[in-house]
Design a protein around this ligand. Structure first.
Ligand code: FES
Length: 68
């Protein structure tokens, strides 16, 4: 299923990034180039939390411990 028509990004692409450990919103946006308003509609950046949720679901890394 496509999650971004402008860039032709499929849910599987976001899952693959999650498996590679990419779950940060800024890193996902820059890697997928959905933050490039000159070359896309900009709609997806408003749904970045959905991308994070998909990537995080497939990330094998454990969350970083919280430093006190
Ligand atoms: S549909 Fe994803 S940026 Fe346009």
């Amino acid at each position: 299923m496509y999650v971004c028509i402008c860039k032709g990004i499929k849910e599987a692409d976001v899952e693959a990034l999650g498996r590679a450990g990419v779950t940060c919103p800024k890193l996902l946006a820059s890697t997928l180039e959905i933050n490039d308003k000159d070359n896309c509609c900009g709609r997806c950046i408003n749904n970045i939390s959905d991308f994070v949720a998909i990537a995080s679901k497939h990330c094998k890394r454990s969350p970083s411990p919280i430093q006190a």
